[in-house]
Design a protein around this ligand. Structure first.
Ligand code: C5P
Length: 216
């Protein structure tokens, strides 16, 4: 059996995790949500009282973290994290934490290790460019900020107490931070296929991806 990797990158709320989860069920392969890992680190640092702007302290702090990925669960120092990852305070701070090189190198190593074993879909910002530049299939999902905000508002997993306009602003802010940071910015890999999901349903996006994987 041949092992293959699918990289799905794109800005926040572009539908990556919904699409990836669905696709992984259809193809019966694993799925790793790398954004959840950055969120887990952010949650841990907040919980343990770190000053999030102190990069040196954070570099020390993350050495104490043992992060495991088991059965689609993110486990930090033996604690399974789920709803904690989607809170407003984590969402607000995750882009800052994910801009630190110590955080990125720790997580990129873990992600590559996980992707070695079986066929898998990874979703994130830098999968096609940095984590798995040799992935067999690469996609870059985009959608208009307003469409993404509407989806986020409907998403019961994103526990946000924000208005539509605030969500649009937060999405644009994260787009900006993620695509302008120095290390591994959000960027389309040269060989990635762009899919604009603004006017597409989940099924249509998945169909699109399946077609290009099957080469038809
Ligand atoms: O995908 P999600 O919105 O959960 O990602 C949360 C944040 O984690 C992103 O805004 C980005 O700052 C960071 N991230 C990253 N690299 C990845 C995945 C996520 O920097 N591969």
């Amino acid at each position: 059996k041949k092992v293959f990797r699918i990289a799905i990158d794109g800005p926040s709320a572009s539908g990556k995790s919904t699409i990836s989860k669905y696709l992984s069920e259809i193809l019966a392969i694993d799925y790793l949500d790398t954004g959840a890992m950055y969120r887990a680190i952010t949650f841990y640092l907040l919980e343990n009282g770190y000053s999030l702007t102190d990069e040196n302290e954070i570099e020390k702090g993350i050495k104490k973290i043992i992060l495991k990925y088991d059965n689609n669960n993110i486990i930090i120092n033996n604690k399974i994290l789920k709803d904690e990852l989607r809170t407003e305070v984590v969402t607000k701070n995750v882009s800052l934490i994910s801009s630190y090189s110590s955080v990125r190198s720790k997580l990129v190593n873990i992600q590559r290790e996980i992707a070695k074993k079986n066929s898998i879909i990874l979703d994130g910002r830098d999968i096609g460019t940095v984590v798995l530049p040799n992935a067999e299939y690469k996609f870059f999902l985009v959608a208009d900020p307003e469409v993404r905000a509407r989806r986020r508002l409907k998403d019961k997993n994103s526990r946000l107490n924000m208005t539509f306009d605030e969500i649009v602003e937060d999405i644009k802010r994260r787009d900006y931070l993620d695509s302008t940071r120095a290390i591994s910015p959000l960027k389309k890999a040269e060989d990635a296929i762009v899919i604009d999901s603004s006017k597409l349903t989940i099924n249509e996006v998945v169909e699109n991806i399946l077609k290009s994987i099957r080469g038809i």
